[in-house]
Design a protein around this ligand. Structure first.
Ligand code: SF4
Length: 512
């Protein structure tokens, strides 16, 4: 979408401070961006984000632009339009990534320049864009997202109408200097939508779900899970007279009402802080962890049963039905080997539990997500078994764990996997290969073993390759060469002297 020019009622004049430099949040300057955003009236939003998504010890994990999380949540919803407001380079990257992941939806864009940003014309353009597409025949909702620069400049999305022609307007700020991970950006949008839907439900009757309900009390499930997992969870809940409910983030607006209309909420991914706030405001109890492995499933069924006042006999019946099958699946597919694990999806601790129950010698679990009250049970369980759990883990911490524990298999993000393979250690990508498998109940119990044991068994292939190639193509000889690369120690000396000189000059400046 380009600048959209449909006529509509005039809006209040909005004038901004000078815009910060494009892309500044990705490349440092976060303090400047934060200060600019506060000066431009975004203090309240930033303070809420700081409470919901606590930073530190490492506040910006080295992963993708956080806004990808909220963009993905919006793009997956039916009858929902998505508009970005931000620097062209950010929008290019975000739309590229979303189409790479098969979005198959248009991503709207309202461009700006220094003048439209400073004079407030950008806000007018956003209003025009929203009005021009707010057709209830096409959309239930329009999501408009301020990226770094418009957030830092205070573009006031909160002044947009709450609905136009019956189409809900959701404006969110998702700056890289306020939201640490893309996982938490999913929470920003899912929480904003749930809040909107809760207010609608409190005001009067709302749309019924598309599919008929089972009539049983439901457990809403929060977090993106493997498609078969909710089915498995439903089977585990059945003896307690409960059913698996709506998955959040939802795929359609009316599903938000179904999610709120539950007996309790399963916080499968513990980082959805604003989503849980909305559920608690609706009077729903939240249960952390998930039915993974034998111990995890037993504890989870107990907690859900208690939260829903299920009689003891029924809780025991649910456990008796499923736990022997899980124990059988775990012992039939043991995992042998030392493993380090890291990722940014939010399910790392659950996978860690499953690995340990499968027999793996797990030493380290790193997650880019923050510690929350809903991850306490999993953290305590893992720590009691000698696992180091690192929240807000940085790449350096993941690599240090790899160096210290010398695992037979490293499960991690792309740079961790790359480092491990360079060291002839088998490695698997967490996002693509591990978090995209069933984890819950009996189906999850045996699902990881074959993949992991096969990967560990591949160690000899790495050794053979290493022996064959030696140091060829490593370090500064990496890449494509038409001739055998020759070392130039003289260039290296010149460069080293130049860097030393620069360092001395910097030091001298600091002392002045
Ligand atoms: S919107 Fe994303 S890509 Fe753009 S500057 Fe902010 S963090 Fe970086």
């Amino acid at each position: 979408m380009n600048a959209l020019t449909t006529e509509h009622e005039a809006s209040a004049e909005v004038v901004y401070d000078s815009p910060p430099a494009t892309g500044a949040a990705c490349h440092g300057g976060q303090d400047t961006m934060r200060a600019a955003a506060k000066a431009a009236g975004k203090s309240e939003t930033l303070e809420r984000y700081a409470r919901d998504y606590p930073a530190g010890p490492h506040d910006q994990p080295q992963s993708m632009c956080p806004a990808f999380g909220s963009l993905r949540v919006g793009l997956r919803m039916r009858r929902t339009a998505t508009i970005l407001s931000g620097s062209a380079c950010c929008v290019y990257g975000l739309t590229f990534t979303s189409h790479f992941y098969g979005a198959r939806r248009t991503v709207g864009y309202v461009p700006f320049n220094s003048e439209t940003l400073v004079t407030g014309k950008l806000f007018e353009d956003i209003r025009d864009a929203v009005y021009s597409i707010a057709d209830p025949a096409n959309y239930d909702a329009i999501v408009i997202t301020n990226l770094c620069v418009p957030t830092a400049s205070g573009v006031p999305l909160q002044l947009l109408p709450k609905e136009i022609n019956g189409v809900r307007i959701i404006g969110i700020d998702v700056p890289g200097f306020g939201i640490p991970t893309h996982a938490e950006a999913k929470d920003v949008l899912a929480g904003a939508m749930l809040r909107y839907a809760r207010t609608e439900a409190e005001a009067g009757p709302v749309q019924a779900p598309r599919t008929a309900r089972s009539g049983k009390p439901t457990i809403s499930l929060v977090g993106e899970v493997f498609p078969a997992d909710p089915v498995g969870i439903g089977m585990m809940l059945e003896p307690m007279g409960l059913a698996a409910g709506q998955l959040v983030p939802t795929r359609e607006w009316r599903e938000l009402y179904a999610a709120l209309d539950c007996a309790a909420v399963a916080a499968i991914h513990p980082f959805y802080t604003s989503v849980y706030r909305e559920f608690e405001a609706a009077g729903r109890r939240i249960v952390g962890s998930a039915p993974v492995g034998h111990d995890g499933t037993a504890a989870w069924l107990e907690s859900i049963g208690e939260a829903c006042n299920v009689p003891r006999g029924r809780i025991e019946a649910a456990k008796n039905r499923v736990l022997p099958a899980i124990r059988g699946a775990l012992s039939a597919a043991p995992i042998k080997g030392r493993i380090t694990l890291s990722g940014y999806e939010g399910s790392e601790l659950l996978v860690g539990r499953l690995l340990i129950e499968s027999g793996a010698d797990l030493r380290y679990v790193g997650t880019a997500c923050p510690r929350t009250r809903f991850s306490d049970a999993d953290r305590e369980w893992l720590e009691a078994r000698g696992v180091h759990v690192q929240f807000r883990a940085s790449l350096e911490q993941d690599l240090a764990a790899f160096a210290e524990f010398k695992p037979d298999l490293a499960i991690g993000t792309t740079p961790v996997v790359q480092k491990a393979k360079e060291a002839s250690t088998p490695a698997l990508y967490f996002t693509n290969l591990i978090s995209s498998r069933p984890l819950m109940g009996p189906a999850g119990a045996g699902a990881l073993a074959q993949l992991i044991n096969t990967a560990i068994a591949g160690k000899s292939r790495f050794d053979e390759m290493k022996n064959f190639f030696g140091k060829t193509g490593s370090g500064d000889a990496a890449g494509m060469w038409t001739e055998t690369p020759r070392a130039h120690p003289e260039f290296r000396d010149v460069w080293r002297r130049k860097l030393e000189k620069q360092a001395k000059a910097r030091k001298a400046e600091e002392m002045v």
